[in-house]
Write a protein that binds this ligand. Structure first.
Ligand code: FAD
Length: 253
């Protein structure tokens, strides 16, 4: 099936992200030395330090914890948006080294939900358009010398924004907070919003005290969208709260 859907995996993260952030805060706010910094820092101290940072708006200690995600099933349109976040590192599947077609199969692509909602006939039309572009892509590959780096790099000019890409993305917790503020918001485009909510769910599992009140900016304060506000602050807050609760809920045996 060439149709793909957004999927995020948390590949790696700083071991003990909450403790790491709390260590940085402890150094700032106590007379601890580097030698005894790690002594006597239990879970409740960690939570207190993180809460203190948050209440002071002291954000830089959150930069000490980073998270690496694998993102797949997303479009080149998403790529253009996510890479605007400069405080992040990206490695993206190459369209030069890796041909978009897989033998006879069409390249993978994302179908927007709004198009799916129009019904089967319109979805088939969209798929036929993708198949047409795949034909053009293959034609250019052949004319440019067959599937290889040199022909892929120019044949790709006829590929659509819908074409799938995959990437590895690393962000620190402070940058993620900014990312969630902007991209969990209803004003963000649906695909990057879906990716942002998946990322939030994943980091909440490993660092709930860092990300417990993160999400669209209206989760922890007023809406920042002014006249463009979706007006659904309560709904957004309830969704974020439900996510936090679903993750912190003990597993039933
Ligand atoms: C709903 C929505 C609509 C958008 N529409 C458009 C659009 O129409 N056109 C468009 O081009 N983009 C658009 N964007 C992208 C947006 O302008 C930002 O480029 C993107 O969201 C990255 O945000 P950021 O700069 O905060 O993140 P990062 O680049 O990760 O930066 C994080 C923070 O670091 C600081 N920072 C980083 N670099 C600098 C710098 N050079 N100078 C000073 N401070 C810096 C800022 O405080 C910034 O918030 C849109 C974004 C959203 C969420």
């Amino acid at each position: 099936m060439p149709q793909v859907k957004p999927k995020v995996t948390l590949l790696e993260h700083t071991p003990n992200p909450e403790r790491t952030v709390a260590l940085a805060a402890k150094l700032c706010y106590s007379d601890a030395t580097i030698e005894n910094l790690q002594e006597g820092l239990d879970k409740s101290d960690i939570n207190k330090f993180i809460e203190r940072l948050r209440s002071f708006g002291h954000a830089s200690p959150f930069e000490h914890a980073s998270f690496t995600f694998g993102i797949e099933g997303v479009s080149r349109s998403l790529l253009a948006q996510i890479t605007r976040h400069r405080i992040a590192s990206f490695s993206v599947k190459s369209q030069r080294y890796v041909a978009a077609n897989k033998g006879e199969d069409t390249f993978n692509y994302v179908i927007p939900e709004a198009i799916e909602a129009l019904g089967e006939e319109q979805v088939e039309k969209f798929k036929a358009q993708m198949a047409q572009m795949h034909e053009w892509y293959t034609e250019w590959q052949t004319l440019l010398g067959g599937a290889c780096e040199k022909s892929n790099e120019d044949a790709r000019f006829v590929l659509p924004n819908a074409a799938e890409t995959k990437m590895v993305v690393t962000m620190n917790a402070r940058s993620l907070m900014n990312f969630f503020n902007l991209r969990c918001c209803n004003r963000a485009q649906w695909e990057i919003r879906e990716v942002a909510w998946q990322m939030l769910a994943l980091v909440l599992e490993v660092a709930p005290s860092i990300f417990g009140n993160c999400g669209a900016s209206c989760v922890a304060g007023p809406c920042t969208e002014g006249k463009m506000s979706c007006g659904k602050m309560l709904e957004v807050r309830a969704k974020q709260k439900a996510l936090v609760e679903s993750i912190s809920k003990p597993v039933e045996k």
